[in-house]
Ligand binder design. Structure first.
Ligand SMILES: Cc1cn([C@H]2C[C@H](O)[C@@H](COP(=O)(O)OP(=O)(O)OP(=O)(O)O)O2)c(=O)[nH]c1=O
Length: 204
């Protein structure tokens, strides 16, 4: 079986990839730090970051397939990354309140043996409810928004501020599984044929 590596420190991405291929991969976190470049178009930006993350992790291994991703939120033509601080999170939440925002994830899959690389992106529109100051304060206090692009986590308490979405849910959490599966298949990985040690399969 081909060795598969996830170039990510994100536990969310790990869980999402696990959903597709069980425990048949290793994490080789990239040390690449994405820089927000306001002049760059969002799609160029996330693709660029996913390529750099993939390359960085690939430099630590010699063989196999590397998967890397980068997620941002766009609102009013602006790129929103991770807020990191409470003040920034408040500012972002005020900005996205009552609006339709777009979550975009760029993904790069790299085959080190065939020396082949593919990048793609996925977008999901998310409608955020109108937020009161009290709600923003209480949500920032949970610390959940700090390391999430756009200052919310749909898979966490942030679910209560998401009115509806249009698109792939897994893309919002950080790894678009529908499109990723197609690319993996193209790279010779059939997720439905992969066996893993997830409990319960022994009775099938
Ligand atoms: C909008 C949204 C983003 N996010 C997360 C996905 C990403 O992990 C994060 C955006 O940061 P990224 O820079 O894409 O990823 P990361 O730093 O967490 O991990 P790595 O670079 O090592 O792969 O925001 C959620 O978890 N839920 C959401 O609803």
């Amino acid at each position: 079986m081909r060795a598969i590596f996830l170039a990510s420190a994100s536990s969310r991405r790990k869980e999402l990839l696990r959903q597709l291929i069980g425990n048949n991969f290793k994490v080789v976190s990239s040390n690449y730090h994405e820089r927000t470049q306001p002049d760059m178009k969002p799609f160029d930006f996330i693709i660029h970051n996913s390529i750099e993350k993939a390359k960085d992790s690939a430099s630590m291994i010699s063989s196999g397939i590397v998967i890397a991703a980068d997620t941002v939120v766009t609102c009013d033509e602006r790129i929103l990354g991770k807020p990191h601080t409470g003040d920034k999170a408040r500012e972002m939440l005020r900005q996205i309140s009552g609006k339709k925002v777009r979550v975009i994830t760029g993904v790069t899959v790299m085959d080190l043996d065939a020396q082949r690389r593919t990048s793609f992106w996925e977008k999901t529109d998310v409608v955020i409810k109108q937020l009161s100051n009290a709600e923003i304060e209480a949500y920032v206090k949970t610390a959940e928004p700090l390391d999430k692009a756009g200052a919310f986590a749909i898979q966490g308490k942030g679910a209560i501020i998401v009115e509806k979405i249009d698109g792939d849910y897994s893309n919002v959490v950080g790894l678009p599984l529908f499109k990723l599966n197609k690319v993996l298949f193209d790279f010779g990985i059939d997720v439905l044929q992969m066996t893993d040690d997830i409990a319960g399969t022994e009775n099938l």
